[in-house]
Design a binder for this molecule. Structure first.
Ligand SMILES: [Cu+2]
Length: 153
């Protein structure tokens, strides 16, 4: 048994012992999920190798959440990027660690953090909808339908 697994087991035990108290309050934090708001994909010319997508991720829960990956049925290689300025040049890099504190929102927006949806598996034109989900560090997935638009909603 490695240390990480042991700690996970330990925290599950602690969670289990805390559940009756939470249930007595009528709410369990285990049921709380971060929320994807205002999702959209920027329309691109037919044949584009990648599309950029944006959203606001809100964490209304009592625990921090970490986003570790993005998945999509509509793209062969979705990634999470950040646009950064380097020596006067605008470049895209892997986003790195994305942790949201309780009550915090994280904006994926043009010129900053974004979803880079590479290798479209079908044509996606304005008015179509892409299926995208964010993967959290605890294994949960947050799904949303991302409408393809010319401009931010
Ligand atoms: Cu990018």
């Amino acid at each position: 048994m490695n240390a990480r697994r042991f700690r996970m087991g330990l925290s599950l035990l602690m969670l289990a012992s805390a559940l009756p108290a939470l249930a007595a309050q009528g709410e369990t934090d285990a049921g709380c999920r971060p929320v994807i708001e205002s999702p959209w994909v920027r329309a691109a010319p037919p044949g584009a190798a990648s599309l950029a997508a944006y959203l606001v991720l809100r964490n209304p829960c009592d625990a921090p959440v970490e986003v570790v990956d993005v998945e999509s049925l509509d793209f062969g290689m979705p990634m999470i990027h950040r646009t950064v300025e380097e020596g006067g040049m605008s470049r895209m890099r892997p986003a790195g660690k994305l942790v949201l504190a309780p009550g915090e929102s994280l904006r994926f927006e043009p010129g900053g953090l974004h979803l880079m949806l590479m290798r479209p598996l079908r044509p996606l034109a304005e008015g179509d909808v892409a299926r995208v989900r964010l993967v959290l560090a605890d294994g949960r997935r947050l799904f949303a339908e991302f409408p393809v638009r010319r401009a931010a909603p």
